[in-house]
Design a protein around this ligand. Structure first.
Ligand code: B12
Ligand code: SF4
Ligand code: SF4
Length: 264
């Protein structure tokens, strides 16, 4: 069944697929899998490489590329989930970046990075992201939880991160200073310029302004950008830590980090 799922996923455009047992998923800060989908026994993790446009200089082209990939990844995970239910007779649930319970802080329902590592799709790097052995750091994930007991893939062995430090020294928000921790507020300020923080700032200023000033604020391009983001969805404008990472891009991977091809 694993082979059929992988073949289907690849045919619809998923770049790589890994499978792990729910027992191998270990993300201490995330909610237990049983609270997400009690029937789950396996996690099918889907990997998608970013377009080159996400690494260019124009933030709107980059945002557009990531938004498209986000939508495509949701479309694919939903199709894989339906394949599991309609063709293989299993039960399935999809999980992606959003939505999640923000009362818990910046912790998603399923940690896609920890799931990707358990499913053999890569290893954590100094930027706290998962590096894929051949697509590098410019890769996003989506996952399908299923009650099917699928044979797990082997984790990637060895380090993919070469510890070059390019990601942390080049971070425009200085959000990667402390090893093993991303400073969420610093990163959000730069990577999501029209996110919730900017909205709150805008409306607090609005509440404190005179009638005349409020009129001016609502016709200001700043408000139009916030409005656009609200109707369009989450917009990312910084890709430095993923775009600058050389691992997995130019054959510089350490030999022991390559996947074990002797496994089926
Ligand atoms: C909330 C969130 C954020 C927050 C907080 C990030 C964070 N550190 O958790 C903010 C807004 C800052 C953020 C920023 C970004 N994000 Co984000 N984010 C998420 C989200 C929705 C939830 C993450 C979560 O649950 N974290 C909480 C728990 C799991 O983290 P934790 O227990 O603290 O574990 C951390 C550390 O302990 C450490 N760690 C754990 N084990 C190990 C082992 C080693 C060896 C090392 C070095 C570190 C390490 O790294 C872990 C992650 O930070 C996920 C989607 C999802 N559902 O997974 C996407 C996700 C993690 N984001 C992603 C991306 C791409 C980004 C950005 C590049 C933005 C962009 N332009 O796309 C930046 C990168 C920031 C960075 N370098 O860390 C991708 C990562 C893909 C990948 N290749 O790994 C995800 C998986 C979305 C997706 N659909 O693929 N994100
Ligand atoms: S996305 Fe940008 S701001 Fe956030 S950690 Fe990466 S380089 Fe820093
Ligand atoms: S840029 Fe260098 S230090 Fe950062 S994750 Fe990539 S290889 Fe590791």
């Amino acid at each position: 069944m694993k082979r059929e799922i992988k073949q289907f996923a690849t045919e619809i455009g998923v770049d790589d697929v890994g499978v792990c047992s729910t027992d191998d998923y270990d993300s201490p800060r995330s909610p237990a899998i049983a609270t997400l989908f009690p029937a789950a026994r396996s996690i099918v993790v889907l990997a998608f490489g970013d377009l080159a446009g996400c690494e260019g200089l124009n933030p709107y082209i980059a945002m557009n590329g990531r938004a498209d990939l986000g939508a495509f990844s949701r479309f694919c995970s939903y199709r894989v989930a339906r394949f599991i239910e309609k063709r293989l007779g299993g039960k399935a649930a999809t999980t992606s970046t959003f939505p999640f319970d923000r009362r818990r802080g910046a912790v998603g329902e399923l940690s896609l990075r920890h799931a990707a590592v358990a499913a053999g799709l890569g290893r954590f790097g100094r930027h706290n992201l998962v590096i894929h052995p051949s697509m590098g750091s410019s890769v996003i994930f989506a996952a399908v939880l299923t009650n099917l007991e699928l044979e797990p893939d082997s984790p990637v062995r060895g380090d993919l991160c070469t510890d070059c430090g390019v990601c942390s020294t080049g971070c425009p928000a200085r959000a990667l200073e402390e090893e093993g921790r991303t400073d969420v507020l610093k990163c959000i300020g730069v990577s999501q310029p029209y996110g919730i923080r900017s909205h709150i700032n805008f409306w607090v200023r609005f509440g404190q302004s005179s009638a005349e000033e409020r009129k001016r604020m609502l016709t200001d391009p700043e408000y139009q950008l916030l409005y656009q983001a609200q109707s369009f969805g989450n917009q990312y404008s910084c890709f430095h830590c993923i775009a600058s990472c050389p691992a997995g891009r130019d054959g510089n991977l350490r030999a022991e980090s390559l996947p074990d091809l002797s496994q089926p």
